[in-house]
Design a protein around this ligand. Structure first.
Ligand SMILES: [Zn+2]
Length: 373
């Protein structure tokens, strides 16, 4: 799979990543500062000064978005919710918090802290602008545009459409009123979609009234919001479903133990073809050494298959991510996603008791959602 996230190390112990779309935005923001805003406002500035100020402003904007997300992440951690990572991407950032908030009050605070930080930053930058105006025009100018951008970041995120911060605030209020998280999420997402359609409509009107670039941007933000509202609701429904079931409910129990010396060719002809079985292990009575899937043998050229043993192409046990039979299906899905694997061996007291594959999970989800329709 194509990796679109670049790791930048950790802040306060939380992994920080940027989506590659952010690099594009960095160039675009720097260019709009240096070639646009500063060029128009301060025509007497040299090219070097304009571009330096543009780069400083872009990096500081990156820092502002990071502070906003850190606000969410650190508060979440304080309230006992582990934070997976912070990713900065095209329209801002996301602090990936592993758990859903447990109470409406904790969600309310966690959602509000980000925009409050952005608004506070915009106040601080306005003060910096006023103080430095008299003696350093470039610093005052950078503080001014950054102040405006933080104001925009704070206000935009307060729009009450889920999954924006404002939408989370709305969800926490609805949740508090009815004590039903799924219902609250459904309505906060619907409001999110209405807001998204509003953006798309305004974007289209602007596009056709001559401001095509501005219109395109607004419509794109609308499309992004619509997609985010839909997927976050779908995700919660999926989570609700999968959290109620354990790996042992759907795992494959019939795992076949094959000897090390078996050739890839015999494995394909005697076992793989014709049997619907998907769980093959390699080993002997002393224990298993690894797992064998179609992926392992597919890469072996046909002419070599009689001469290569399955032990040479197996995935060794130590390279596998494992789960227990009591692990929830939701957690198993997360592990598969994080590790980018399609199967998880199920171990109990060091013994292999089954295998959970991505196909098993998908079939389960499909069957359950068909019943729920
Ligand atoms: Zn936020």
């Amino acid at each position: 799979m194509f990796k679109t996230r670049i790791s930048l190390g950790t802040v306060f112990g939380i992994p920080l990543r940027i989506d590659i779309s952010w690099l594009l935005i960095f160039v675009w923001v720097t260019w709009s500062f240096a070639g646009g805003y500063f060029a128009v406002r301060y025509p007497e500035w040299s090219g070097v000064l304009r571009w330096s100020a543009g780069i400083v402003a872009s990096l500081a904007f990156f820092g502002s978005v990071l502070l906003h997300e850190l606000g969410h992440a650190l508060l979440a951690r304080r309230m006992g919710m582990p934070v997976h990572d912070i990713t900065l991407f095209v329209f801002g950032g996301v602090a990936e918090i592993v758990d859903e908030p447990r109470t409406p009050a904790s969600e309310f605070l966690m959602a509000l802290v980000g925009p409050l930080i952005s608004l506070a930053l915009s106040g601080i930058l306005a003060t910096v602008h006023l103080v430095t105006r008299g003696f350093s025009e470039p610093i005052a100018a950078i503080a001014f545009v950054l102040g405006l951008m933080n104001l925009a970041l704070g206000v935009f995120n307060l729009i009450p459409g889920f999954p924006l911060d404002g939408g989370r605030v709305l969800r926490s209020i609805l949740w508090n009123a009815r004590q039903d998280l799924l219902w609250a999420t459904r309505w906060a997402s619907r409001v999110g979609q209405v807001v998204a359609y509003g953006f798309i409509l305004v974007g289209i009107v602007r596009f056709f009234s001559g401001n095509w670039l501005g219109g395109l941007w607004i419509a794109l933000i609308g499309l992004f919001l619509d997609n985010a509202a839909r997927t976050s609701y779908a995700q919660l429904t999926l989570r609700n479903l999968l959290e109620d079931y354990a790996v042992s409910d759907i795992m494959e129990r019939e795992c076949l133990l094959l000897p090390h010396h078996l050739s890839v060719e015999s494995f394909i002809e005697q076992y793989l073809l014709g049997s619907g079985r998907r769980c093959y292990t390699v080993g002997d009575e002393r224990g298993i050494s690894g797992l064998l899937t179609v992926h392992n043998v597919r890469t072996v050229p046909k002419v070599d298959r009689p001469f290569i043993s399955i032990a040479e192409v197996q995935t060794p046990l130590e390279e596998l991510h494992v789960v227990g039979p009591d692990t929830s299906l939701w957690e198993a899905l997360q592990i598969m996603g994080d590790a980018e694997v399609n199967q998880l061996p199920v171990l109990m007291d060091g013994q292999l008791v089954g295998l959970l594959t991505r196909q098993d999970l998908l079939r389960f989800i499909r069957a359950r959602s068909a019943l729920a329709e």
